[in-house]
Design a protein around this ligand. Structure first.
Ligand code: GLN
Length: 240
């Protein structure tokens, strides 16, 4: 049976909104199917082996934690992340992590470097933080599906001209509150503002990401009643 080898990036710094729940869901859904699951992590100063993992995960973070992370990631992990993305490992980054996948995050006169895996920029603009329940429609290979979650970000993200969003906003603010886009999706690199945590509320997405990371097809699990209820509740909260 294959094993999902997951690397959590900066787990002690990038974990607000219980984003570690995303990893718990990936582990459970692998183990319930008899798949192996190996968790490792890479943080400040650590190098990264692009071939040793199938899935790189990064959660949300406060601006102050993002400063150290952004500089370290650009210095010690940029090349490995490009190599991993180039061989279609999954990279999933939520909110603060998502902002650092692009070219830069400009906040309060300071410009943090991104790793440039995708063509986007994040800026601070006058105006309130973008907070609330959010739902988007995304297409990840089996027809359009709803992803529902909760967003809370001060940064506004703008995609470059040919970069595709993860989905279109059904309810909520999305990348910047203006253009109706949410997240980014290029090959197996996915960024999103949706916390919740994201995967407990959208287990179809967890399963799809496991499939993409391992290059396999998963059978549905026998009983997802609780998970389906969590998804329905997140959709109701967002009003879709
Ligand atoms: N610090 C970032 C912002 O406010 C990201 C926040 C988050 O991860 N929720 O834009």
């Amino acid at each position: 049976m294959p094993t999902l080898r997951l690397c959590a990036l900066y787990p002690e710094l990038m974990n607000i909104y219980a984003d570690r729940g995303n990893i718990a869901v990936l582990r459970a859904r692998c183990e319930w199917r008899g798949l192996g699951f190996e968790l490792s992590s890479a943080s400040l100063g650590d190098s990264l082996d692009p071939d040793a993992h199938d899935f790189f995960y990064m959660g949300g973070g406060q601006d102050r934690d993002q400063v150290a992370v952004a500089h370290d990631m650009a210095a010690t992990k940029r090349d490995a992340l490009h190599a991993a993305a180039g061989r279609d490992a999954v990279v999933l980054a939520v909110c603060g992590g998502y902002q650092l996948l692009g070219h830069s995050y400009e906040m309060g006169g300071e410009e943090l470097p991104g790793v440039g895996l995708v063509d986007l920029r994040t800026v601070r603009e006058p105006g309130p933080r973008l907070i609330g329940n959010c739902a988007i429609e995304a297409e990840l290979g089996a027809g359009p599906r709803v992803i529902a979650g909760f967003e809370n970000h001060g940064g506004r993200t703008y995609l470059g001209g040919t970069e595709r969003p993860l989905g279109g906003v059904l309810r909520g603010h999305g990348n910047n509150g203006h253009d109706g886009f949410e997240g980014v999706h290029r090959r197996n690199v996915i960024g999103t503002y949706l916390h919740g945590p994201l995967l407990p509320k959208n287990v179809w997405l967890a399963d799809r990401l496991i499939e993409l990371a391992l290059g396999i097809e998963l059978e549905p699990l026998r009983d997802d009643a609780l998970e389906d209820a969590a998804h329905a509740s997140a959709r109701r909260a967002a009003g879709v």
